[in-house]
Design a protein around this ligand. Structure first.
Ligand code: M6R
Length: 611
């Protein structure tokens, strides 16, 4: 987590840095700071959001055309003014911003302490910049050389930017495990954790690779690896519109992203699916078609919401392709000794493409000879680049911390892959395959239909806004939807919520049910319909309040449930794409009514780039 931004060129640096930090605030918002260099190296930093930093600056900040900024999600040291970035080195001649963790900072701090260095903060970051300063003093070398030598002795994952009063003409940046994008302008360069602060100025970017050090001056960009070998920067042209990273009239990014889903799902299918012609092509997986045909096992690794979409994929792939599927929390997978054989297929699913646990699970699988498919939203992200093959979600930037449109796009991409695989493997009848393509193509319209009920969901939210607990129940493909609904509510409204397979309720959670317990039941008409009707009766018998998501035209459940939300009918495999929408809306409205910061919930960050 943490957002990094840097600028060197001919424009006033401060407004560029502040605007960039606001765009990156979704990555962390415990504190913010900027460093500006012009004759002196001035640091301004403050606990809280970027707006608090702006308010705290008295008078005008140092006028300059070179600077860097940081928005923090705390790892080492509590979030306060002192621990906020940037950090000075011991002498204050150097300053650093850092995203990630320096694992061996304790031993480095001890060694530097013995040499007489003193520290102002509790952070690993201050240790790193002081270590860099110590190396520059010892080797009498340039800033970039000092950074390179220091990083070769450091253990951890990081993206850093460093500047110094000793040479005001440059910014030095480096990365290992945390993203860093360089924007290439005319006589100016930008640096950021993702492209959103850059796109306003240039769409030409260079993605810094792991173990590379970049030197940015007004005259040019030079990149070397940690062995000091020069690297040729590859310039990508980004296809990212400015409007896609703005709220466009919506009160929150989350609401905008919920309402974007008919379009984001259509974008995700565009060029890949044309049901009338029986066309289903995913360019990114074409080269590994044989591996998919011959696969004996598929493993999914992911975290959070992305993990929920993998659970849905498990049901669909097992049903359509008859291949055993394992869905693993990436953070658990890497710490056991999982059985992975040469040629096994591992899908890594991630919105950000930067989740540290997922990346580490991929590295482990790669070392055992697995074929890695990345299903990722952020183009050029670390997971995308670590994968052998994969497919982008094309959902557009997702800025709200609570994932919504990325989830439905993941479902669409994974379903398209399942359909393609089943067709290639001959495990699906031709007629069923075509019917499914036709129905899949209709999903954007069905999602739009659900969104028309936003008002009704808002009214239900009003009734339950003060609840202390929620239970979410679903069966089959709607069980992961129950998990996702509960996660959405927890993370943005801070109401305790649990998702359960409806039949498991009687093995424990049923004890929680009384007249104060709202129970959201995803009870669309599928093969477990009769069973879930019984589960609703069990809840009602204990006076629980049932909010049921049902298929349009259902005549039975409305008689039992306290509140119902109808969704259009679709094939069972696609129902999660539709049934999750009211749950996203419900959590959004409840959180707003409780006065929560929906886009930036407490303690969370959009991409979790630390273990
Ligand atoms: O970027 P990723 O999809 O890898 O992120 C995984 C989780 O951190 C993420 O889904 C998280 O659970 C969201 N806040 C859920 O809304």
């Amino acid at each position: 987590m943490c957002g990094i931004v840097g600028y060197i060129g001919h424009r006033d640096a401060f407004p560029i840095l502040i605007k960039g930090l606001k765009r990156l605030e979704y990555r962390g918002y415990d504190s913010a700071g900027v460093a500006l260099l012009n004759g002196s190296l001035e640091i301004y930093k403050k606990q809280g959001k970027v707006s608090a930093l702006e308010e705290s600056i008295e008078g005008s900040p140092l006028k300059t055309t070179v600077g860097m900024g940081h928005t923090r999600w705390a790892t080492h040291g509590e979030p306060n003014d002192t621990n906020a970035h940037p950090h000075y080195s011991h002498s204050t001649d150097y300053a650093i911003i850092h995203n990630g963790i320096i694992e061996n900072y304790g031993s480095l701090k001890k060694e530097l302490g013995k040499k007489g260095y003193k520290f102002r903060s509790d952070t690993d970051t201050e240790v790193l910049i002081t270590f860099i300063e110590d190396i520059i003093n010892e080797y009498d070398c340039s800033l970039e050389e000092g950074v390179r030598i220091a990083l070769s002795k450091v253990v951890g994952a990081y993206a850093i930017v460093v500047m110094s009063t000793k040479d005001e003409t440059k910014l030095v940046a480096a990365r290992k495990g945390s993203p860093l994008v360089i924007g290439v302008g005319q006589g100016e360069y930008f640096l950021a954790s993702d492209a959103t602060p850059i796109i306003e100025y240039t769409n030409e970017v260079v993605y810094l690779n792991d173990e590379e050090v970049a030197v940015l001056t007004r005259e040019g960009l030079e990149i070397k690896d940690f062995e000091a070998l020069s690297q040729t920067p590859y310039i990508h042209t980004l296809d990212l519109a400015l409007e896609s990273i703005e709220k466009s009239g919506y009160e929150h990014f989350m609401l905008k992203e919920i309402f974007e889903q008919p379009n984001s799902i259509a974008d995700c299918m565009r060029g890949r699916l044309k049901a009338a012609d029986g066309h289903l092509v995913l360019g990114g997986i074409r080269d590994y078609t044989n591996a998919l045909i011959n696969a004996e096992k598929i493993i999914f690794v992911a975290c959070g919401t992305s993990w929920h979409s993998c659970l849905v994929a498990e049901y669909i792939i097992e049903e359509l392709c008859r291949i055993p599927v394992e869905v693993e929390y990436a953070s658990e997978f890497r710490y056991r000794n999982p059985i992975i054989n040469e040629g096994d297929i591992v899908f890594a699913v991630s919105q950000s493409g930067e989740t540290a646990d997922t990346l580490a699970a991929m590295e482990l699988a790669k070392s055992k000879g697995a074929i890695l498919f990345g299903i990722v939203n952020v183009v050029g992200s670390s997971i995308a680049r670590t994968s052998h093959e994969g497919a982008y979600l094309h959902a557009g930037p997702e800025i709200g911390v609570a994932s919504t449109k990325a989830f439905t796009a993941q479902l669409v991409v994974l379903t398209m892959i399942a359909l393609k695989m089943s067709h290639l493997r001959g495990t699906i009848a031709e007629r069923r395959y075509h019917e499914m393509l036709v129905d899949l193509e209709r999903i954007p319209d069905k999602v739009a239909t659900v969104l028309k009920q936003a008002k009704k969901v808002e009214e239900i939210a009003y009734i339950f806004k003060e609840a202390h607990n929620f239970l979410y129940l679903g069966r089959g493909l709607n069980f992961p939807v129950a998990l996702e609904g509960a996660l959405k509510l927890k993370e943005i409204s801070y109401i305790h919520a649990e998702g359960y397979p409806a039949a498991e309720m009687k093995h424990g959670p049923i004890a929680l049910i009384d007249e104060n317990m709202p129970v959201v039941v995803i009870a669309t008409r599928d093969k477990s319909y009769d069973k879930i009707v019984s589960n609703i009766q069990e809840v009602k018998a204990r006076k629980g309040k049932v909010i049921a998501v049902v298929t349009e035209g259902d005549a039975l459940i409305p008689k039992m449930a306290d509140y119902i939300i109808e969704v259009p009918d679709t094939k069972d495999a696609f129902m999660p794409m539709v049934s999750v929408i009211p749950l996203q809306l419900l959590s959004y409205y409840i959180a707003v009514m409780r006065g929560c910061n929906v886009d930036q919930p407490r303690n969370l960050a959009k991409s979790v780039t630390v273990e």
